[in-house]
Design a protein around this ligand. Structure first.
Ligand code: GAR
Length: 188
């Protein structure tokens, strides 16, 4: 069994997609907890509906990032978490958490890293006029969307495609790629 925490800040479509993946469940993936830094994020309701405990925690309630992440670690240790999946978590992870979970934190990003890091990966690629973009899954380090790449999938950007259409395509790919990478981790 692999006990994971998912960190998310927003809509939670990746959270939902992973949580409902029966193959992952059958192979031993157990989402023990959702860690969320935004009390009004839609992902919280998605966790509630699936009876997955949510730990809501905000940096503003702590003196610094170190104390914030130490409080998260305390919670993760309670749940005996083996691995962390970031799914739209908008904060940079610091060494406090990285040292506790070395090479055990992965992230999904909606562009072909190292191109278009940050929180507007799809839009930035679209506005740059690229003819292809994609999705990246990578280990986390202290940078913004940096760290060793595990998997990438390319997506063509078609002429006359709208940003909305591209977003739909990217999310579709995300919902295929993240579970397949997690499945590989479970097989290791
Ligand atoms: C996803 O597109 C994910 O790739 C992106 O946030 C979105 C979350 O969507 N992550 C980043 O941009 C990381 N820099 P979701 O809440 O519906 O899963």
């Amino acid at each position: 069994m692999l006990k994971v925490a998912i960190f998310a800040s927003g809509t939670g479509s990746n959270f939902e997609n992973i949580a409902d993946d029966q193959t992952l469940k059958d192979r031993g993936l157990k989402i023990e907890i959702l860690v969320c830094d935004r009390p009004k994020a839609a992902v919280i309701e998605k966790a509630k509906r699936r009876e997955i405990p949510t730990f809501i925690i905000q940096p503003k309630d702590f003196e610094n990032r170190n104390y914030y992440e130490q409080a998260i670690i305390k919670e993760l240790v309670n749940y005996q978490i083996d691995f962390i999946l970031l799914a739209g978590y908008i904060r940079v992870i610091t060494t406090t958490l990285l040292d506790e979970y070395p090479m055990k934190i992965i992230n999904i990003h909606p562009a072909l890293l190292p191109l278009f890091p940050g929180i507007h990966g799809i839009e930035d690629a679209y506005n740059a006029g690229v003819t292809e973009t994609g999705v990246t899954i990578h280990y986390i380090d202290e940078g913004v969307d940096t760290g060793p790449i595990i998997a990438q999938q390319k997506v063509p950007v078609l002429a006359h495609e709208t940003l909305k259409q591209l977003e739909v395509k990217i999310h579709y790919i995300e919902h295929q790629l993240y579970p397949s990478v997690i499945l590989n981790l479970l097989n290791k």
